[in-house]
Design a binder for this molecule. Structure first.
Ligand SMILES: [Zn+2]
Length: 132
């Protein structure tokens, strides 16, 4: 008597749990796929600082860096914090790619041992600015 009474009860418990488990599983899968999409693209944007990769690849063998005028838009002299003026002579730190007016670099040479204020490197490359 008892065994026949408990067996159906077990069955209903399982029947009640199964959809719940499926629901949880679907929920987890949905969460994973939803997170993977947008997060992947956000990471790609975060790990690629604008302009740096481009600027690095533009470095020539002669030690002169060629940048486009529009690459300088919105950038500032790493020492004086002035907006970079493409009409003035510019240099770029070979360590961290920080840009300086040549005048700022000469101040660093005098007062900071020629070291970049951002990373402490001593190598600076002249910058040639292309129009466009
Ligand atoms: Zn630097």
């Amino acid at each position: 008597m008892n065994s026949t009474a408990t067996a159906p009860n077990m069955g209903t418990t399982m029947a009640r749990l199964l959809p719940l488990l499926l629901f949880l599983l679907v929920g987890v899968v949905l969460m994973l796929t939803r997170q993977a999409g947008p997060r992947a693209t956000r990471d790609a944007r975060t790990f690629r600082p604008r302009g740096r990769a481009r600027a690095r690849s533009a470095a020539g063998d002669d030690g002169v860096v060629t940048l486009r005028r529009r690459d300088l838009a919105g950038l500032r002299d790493a020492y004086s914090a002035e907006p970079l003026d493409p009409a003035r002579p510019l240099v770029r730190c070979s360590g961290c790619q920080a840009l300086y007016h040549a005048h700022s670099a000469s101040v660093l040479a005098r007062e900071n041992g020629g070291r970049c204020v951002t990373c402490g490197a001593t190598g600076f490359a002249a910058v040639r600015v292309l129009e466009g």
